[in-house]
Structure formats: structure tokens, C-alpha cells
Design a protein around this ligand. Structure first.
Ligand SMILES: [Zn+2]
Length: 389
């Protein structure tokens, strides 16, 4: 009974809205290809109405991508919609993503539109898109702060007009996982033929809950996760697709779902996006941070060396990373002995009795003891005839 979960990447749209990030067309095409290679099902290719350059980038991506669906974003404005349709004419698979805000604060202070006017706009514009493109994604922007009854009404109107996937954006990163999951329960209970449509999550990380919310959506009947690589995006960013995909794999016992993601390419893709976005991955970032598989304390290193599963819930190999045991002042003699043997030293327990205090002295003065420092230490000790190389 495993369900298939799709991944929809918006690194090229929401991700590019990250402050200081600006991809050129060539980079956008290269990113789209890397995303397709990673197993992403749909790629949000940009906002073609924004400029000629953005329009052209969507055209180039549409031509380069063969397997994934190419999806430009459009406001419910005819100029945006026409640009989205025109820019994807050459795509092997395409969809158009249209959105309009539905929450009271957006209706009253941003759009100055009544509930009725919004429903009429949804009906008219989705009917218009449907004349040219079959696959239509509809987002009620700020869905998580929209009245539940109006959210149902807006979504039902979109579906009746021809929308095929409904995306639920937690635009401002406000919901908790139980609240976000409950939205899907309510939609399943009130939307006609719920299972005939795609249901997507779009979660932001303002309170650090983007991944928890996306996973709650999946547990409550969503079929797709929208996100970005490295969690790029407006403000605190979107859910990191790599984190979500790995969580679904590691906790298969709980979610019972499959995806098309090539997890082994996770680290490589994260580094590629890091380079092009000039946005550094934090050392303690889940899965792709440089410390994500590093064990420093002596207790952890000893357990890890006896059985990696003592301190690892997934093998770094699964995501194309490698484990490290950096040696520092908290490291124990077990890890030091293993490292020395990797460097080619045959060290007995007796030898370690002499070596370990030397190691501790060096470790006290420096944060991490590197291979070269170990070599120097061993040369000094060898000269004193303690061990043989
Ligand atoms: Zn967003």
C-alpha cells in the first residue's frame, strides 16, 4: 500500500526570490537539468511576465527538459497567464501555476476584493487557462490564514473550472504541523472527488517548521511537496526538498510512500546550488551540512566505531556524503587508534598508553587535530622508540 509522492521544485522561482540571489539564463537551464537528474517531477521555471529575460529563461528551460513537467507561475492577470502559456509552448510536459490570495488580510488590504469577487476571478481565469493548457495548478495564497469554509469554496471553484492540482501554501510560515495536516483532512471531507486531484504542500520556514509541516501534509493526504534545494526562498526560506525526501525515506515505516528522488545525488546537488547561489550551507544543516555526519565526542566515536547505527539514523552513503570522525579534545583512544591505523601506523594497546596523553596535549591546544599533526606527533614519539611505523 505505498503511495507515490511527487516533488515540485521552486528553486528557480521562490528560491531566486532569496535576497542577493540572481541566476542567469545559462545557470537556470543547468539547475533545471540537475533537478531533473535528481528525480524532481515538476520544475517551477520562473515568472515569465517579470521581464524579457525571465520569459526567455522559461523558453530555454522548456526546450531543455524532457521528463519533468515545466511550470511557470502566473498571477491571475491575463498578461501573466499569456506569458506563462507562450513561454512553455515547446515543453514536452507543461502545467501553468496560477495563484490568488484568499486570506482576509490579503483580500482586504492587498487586493481590495470581496470573497465573491475572488471566486469570480478564479472561475474566469482558470477557464481561460484551460483553453490552452490541461494541467493547471491553483494556489490560494496565504491558505493557512484563510477561513476554512472560504478555502473550500475557492478550491472547489478552481476545480470546477479545470484546476488539476491544488497547492496549499503556508505563505508566511505560520502553521503548526497539526493545524496544517487538519487543512487536508477538512478538504478531503468537503471537496468532491478529492482523490481525483493532486494535493501539494508549500511550506515556509519562518518558525522552523517547514519540513514538519510538509510531512504533516503528506501524512494527511497531500500527494506532492513543493520546496527548494538548500531551503532557499523568501525570508527564512522554503522546505528543503532534500530534507523532506530523506525524511520520507528514513521514516518509510511511518509514511509508507515512494518518490522518484535519486537520494545518492543529494550532496552533489546541494553543493552545486550552493556554488551558483553563493548561499553557504550551514555546517549543522541536516543531511548536507559539513557536520551532518561528523561525530566528535569520545562516547559517540566509540559507539560509532562499534556500530555506526548507534549514532546514525541513515548511512551517509545513502545521500552521497561521507562520515567523519574529527579528532578533538573530547575524542577517546579508540578513535585515535583507528585513525592512526588508517594513516598506516601499527599501534598496540601498550603503545596507546604512551600516545594518548601526547594526543590530549595537542588536542587541548587546538580544536581539531589534523592528519598532519598526528603524523608529526608520531614522528616525535617514534624517535623516542615508542612505536614502529
Ligand atoms: Zn513561497
Amino acid at each position: 500500500m505505498t503511495r507515490k509522492i511527487r516533488f515540485y521544485d521552486t528553486t528557480l522561482r521562490d528560491g531566486e526570490q532569496t535576497i542577493g540571489v540572481n541566476f542567469d539564463t545559462e545557470e537556470k537551464v543547468a539547475i533545471a537539468q540537475a533537478l531533473e537528474d535528481y528525480g524532481i517531477d515538476a520544475i517551477e521555471s520562473g515568472f515569465p511576465a517579470a521581464s524579457k529575460k525571465d520569459f526567455n529563461a522559461v523558453v530555454q528551460i522548456s526546450r531543455a527538459i524532457k521528463k519533468a513537467t515545466v511550470v511557470p507561475l502566473a498571477r491571475m492577470v491575463r498578461r501573466d497567464i499569456d506569458a506563462a502559456i507562450e513561454s512553455t509552448e515547446d515543453a514536452a510536459h507543461r502545467a501553468i501555476h496560477v495563484f490568488i490570495a484568499t486570506s482576509p488580510i490579503h483580500r482586504d488590504t492587498k487586493l481590495h476584493m470581496s470573497r465573491e469577487e475572488i471566486i469570480e476571478k478564479i472561475k474566469a481565469d482558470i477557464t481561460y487557462v484551460k483553453q490552452s493548457v490541461d494541467e493547471i495548478i491553483f494556489s490560494p495564497e496565504d491558505a493557512t490564514r484563510t477561513e476554512p469554509d472560504f478555502l473550500v469554496e475557492a478550491i472547489q471553484a478552481a476545480i470546477d473550472a479545470g484546476a488539476t492540482t491544488i497547492n496549499i501554501p503556508d505563505t508566511v510560515g505560520y502553521d503548526t504541523p497539526d493545524e496544517f495536516g487538519a487543512i487536508f483532512d477538512n478538504l478531503r471531507a468537503n471537496i468532491k472527488n478529492y482523490d481525483n486531484y493532486g494535493w501539494s504542500t508549500h511550506t515556509h520556514n519562518d518558525l522552523g517548521m517547514a519540513n514538519a509541516n510538509a510531512l504533516a501534509g503528506i501524512a494527511h493526504g497531500a500527494t506532492e511537496i513543493q520546496g527548494t534545494i538548500n531551503g532557499m526562498g523568501e525570508r527564512a526560506g522554503n522546505v528543503d526538498i532534500i530534507e523532506a525526501a530523506v525524511a520520507l525515506k528514513v521514516r518509510h515505516d511511518k509514511f509508507q510512500v515512494e518518490t522518484n528522488i535519486n537520494l545518492k545525488k543529494s550532496k552533489q546537488l546541494a553543493k552545486f546550488i550552493e556554488k551558483l547561489s553563493h548561499m553557504r550551507i550551514a555546517a549543522n544543516k541536516a543531511i548536507t551540512g559539513s557536520n551532518a555526519f561528523a561525530h566528535e565526542s569520545g562516547i559517540h566515536q566509540d559507539g560509532y566505531l562499534k556500530n555506526p547505527a548507534t549514532y546514525e539514523i541513515l548511512s551517509p552513503d545513502m545521500v552521497g556524503a561521507t562520515a567523519t570522525l574529527p579528532l578533538g579534545k573530547l575524542s577517546g583512544s579508540h578513535a585515535v587508534a583507528v585513525k592512526l591505523s588508517q594513516l598506516g601506523y601499527e599501534v598496540t594497546k601498550q603503545d596507546m598508553a604512551a600516545i594518548f596523553p601526547e594526543f590530549k596535549k595537542i588536542a587541548e591546544q587546538t580544536s581539531i587535530v589534523g592528519d598532519d599533526q598526528l603524523e608529526t606527533m608520531m614522528t616525535t614519539i617514534t624517535e623516542k622508540q615508542v612505536v614502529s611505523h
